[in-house]
Design a protein around this ligand. Structure first.
Ligand code: MSP
Length: 529
């Protein structure tokens, strides 16, 4: 059986359960969620995976500091991650933890198979190792001869007997694969980086098991050794699909993945180690690995090891989950770095959400209540302005689809906001209050009908991005669940909004924030901690 193009498998990295989730983790997961929801909306069968990476030296160190076991330590953090995903309405279909038995057995089987076929061998090794990043570096890669090139901390010298993967055997095949598959590593700048920094200079064999580690998956035939983090972590993408299990229907239906969404700093693990493991296992490679940019705070990377972290829970407390989703989806171009500041966040909230979208819904519903006791009446003859609004609404789904297919959620949201803007302009130009005053009731009914229908389009289109808001729009418009006019297919026609529907004014979607940003009120959000 080969995977159907109607099936879509998307993954986030599995996040280290060594510190609380921060806004950088939220960013990747929100983008993946918007894509997963979008492809579900257009009718694909989606499998969306996220989870936590729970092994490694850092976990042992942190657990020891707290006087608890590594398992207790990761169990507590796992709850934090899951709670955040729930608050952010993340619609993952599965959630993997590398300490789960279903994952461990697959890692062991993979390791065993690669050893049996000669791809893994044992030898002793000495090298520079960065404990926070859990990575070995060559002399050449170190900054100033002693610092980790990723986090800038001092590396330590480590010597031990370890297992190695014969990466060098696969280098040429991988180079050819990348050359022949321009969509495999995106954006293209990352593909160039992989080629020039890692592949063309020649691949060294990769350490895949270590005796100095105690917290991890045991090598099945050598209990002194533990599988090193990357082979353990990367295997999650297939361990959850039941690779090597008798029932491999998930594997059949969803592998290869359509998209591994990752931050740029781990692109090389996903574009070099992972593909060669897959080649060795004789499995197809994922369609795309997308290495997105970093969210920066004061132009510096936010990360646990640097300690300058923004807590997404505080942003949600203050502004709501959809506001955070909107900011990260609309104001960051996937692939580029972006700055996060409280001031910018508040501005975007007030302008795009409270003013543009929130006001559009509240004034439309308020006018229908004021002029027609809440009832939406049928439209009569459409004039040029009506036609223009209708044409834009009908063109927007294709624009959103093209943007999502191109992995540009910001462009998709810009297209939706173009429609929001057109609706607001339509209200200003049509001046329903004047139509009422002049007794032009039929025209007034038509204008309010056009707006209700355009808002239905906006509600449908917003579902993948702002799920709570989309639901509120439907509720306030009075669109009952059983009428199937919130589906993607229903956007093929303008005019499906049923006349006679009664709208209900609700709370404002985004109450304006006149407040000073939380950081200035003594809250630590956005400050270096
Ligand atoms: N456990 C590994 C991944 C294994 S995947 C097989 C790991 N975990 S992590 O907790 O450090 O998470 C890294 C991911 O979190 C990044 O790749 C990125 O997706 C996200 N981000 C972490 N900090 C970020 C920013 N400051 N900005 C944007 N995304 C960031 O690496």
């Amino acid at each position: 059986m080969t995977k159907s193009s109607d099936n879509y498998y998307i993954t986030t990295p599995i996040y280290y359960a060594s510190g609380k989730p921060h806004i950088g983790h939220a960013y990747t997961t929100i983008v993946a969620d918007a894509l997963a929801r979008f492809y579900r909306l257009v009718g694909k069968r989606v499998h969306f995976l996220t989870g936590t990476d729970e092994h490694g030296q850092k976990v042992v160190e942190k657990a020891t500091e707290q006087g608890i076991t590594p398992q207790e330590f990761v169990d507590a953090l796992d709850l934090d991650f899951r709670a955040l995903w729930q608050r952010l309405q993340i619609s993952n279909d599965d959630y993997v933890r590398t300490t789960q038995a279903r994952h461990r057995v697959v890692v062991q089987r993979i390791f065993d198979k690669l050893y049996q076929q000669g791809d893994i061998y044992k030898r002793s090794y000495e090298g520079h190792y960065c404990v926070p990043c859990e990575a070995f570096w060559t002399e050449r890669q170190l900054t100033d001869g002693k610092l980790c090139p990723d986090c800038g901390r001092e590396v330590t010298w480590l010597s031990e007997e370890s297992y190695y993967f014969r990466a060098s055997n696969y280098a040429q095949r991988l180079i050819e694969y990348i050359d022949a598959h321009p969509d495999f590593i995106r954006p293209v700048t990352r593909a160039n980086e992989m080629m020039s920094n890692f592949l063309r200079p020649g691949l060294q064999d990769i350490c895949v098991a270590r005796s100095s580690l105690k917290w991890g998956v045991q090598v099945p035939f050598d209990p002194e050794q533990v599988v090193y983090v990357w082979i353990d972590a990367l295997s999650n993408y297939i361990s959850v699909l039941g690779y090597t299990e008798e029932d491999d229907s998930l594997m059949q239906n969803f592998w290869p993945a359509d998209l591994h969404l990752v931050g740029k700093e781990i692109t090389r693990f996903h574009c070099i180690i992972w593909p060669i493991i897959l080649m060795a296992l004789d499995l197809p490679l994922p369609d795309t690995v997308f290495g997105h940019g970093w969210l920066l705070f004061d132009d510096d990377k936010m990360s646990k090891s640097k300690g300058n972290i923004i807590d997404p829970n505080e942003v949600i407390d203050e502004f709501g989950s959809d506001a955070l989703r909107y900011y990260l989806l609309a104001k960051v171009q996937l692939g580029n770095d972006a700055n996060y500041t409280d001031d910018l966040f508040t501005l975007v909230f007030n302008v795009d959400l409270a003013n543009d979208l929130g006001n559009l819904l509240s004034r439309t519903v308020a006018m229908i209540e004021r002029y027609f006791q809440g009832e939406v009446h049928a439209a009569t003859a459409a004039d040029e302005a009506d036609q223009e609004l209708q044409n834009l609404a009908l063109a927007t789904p294709a624009a959103v689809r093209a943007a999502m297919d191109a992995l540009e959620p910001n462009t998709a949201l810009a297209a939706i906001w173009k429609l929001v803007g057109a609706c607001n302009k339509y209200i200003d130009n049509q001046a329903p209050w004047a139509l009422q005053r002049e007794g032009k009731i039929e025209r007034l009914q038509t204008v309010l009908y056009q707006l209700s229908e355009a808002l239905r389009f906006i509600g449908v289109l917003l579902q993948p991005f702002l799920p709570t808001t989309a639901e509120s729009i439907f509720t306030q418009l009075g669109i009952p669940d059983h009428i199937k006019i919130h589906t993607w297919d229903s956007l093929a026609e303008f005019g499906l909004f049923p006349p006679g529907t009664v709208v209900h004014k609700g709370d404002p979607l985004f109450p304006r924030h006149l407040d000073t940003p939380p950081a200035e009120k003594g809250n630590t959000k956005g400050q270096k901690v």
